[in-house]
Write a new protein. Sequence first.
Length: 97
Amino acid sequence: PYVEYALATDAIVPNMQDSGAKAALCAQIEEATNALITSGGAVDAKIDSSGMRTVTVGGLGCPCGGTHVRNITEIGSVKVTQLQKKKKNMRLSYTIA
């Protein structure tokens, strides 16, 4: 699976041709994600007045259209497998262990 988000105009994007910088960013994302999973917490999904569904975990929210667990610990752990910049978007591929 993967997630893809539009980059903010002020986003700091590593040189995607620099495999070391790309690997470091993947490791940083993976570490932060797994720390959030380990900390646990309820997953809350709400639909706002415009019809957009927002999912919140541990105080962090994002728009989402997928299926969700009740508690983040149900995921286990995440392994980031690929990071791609596609025009103004960033795509992160991952596996769940």
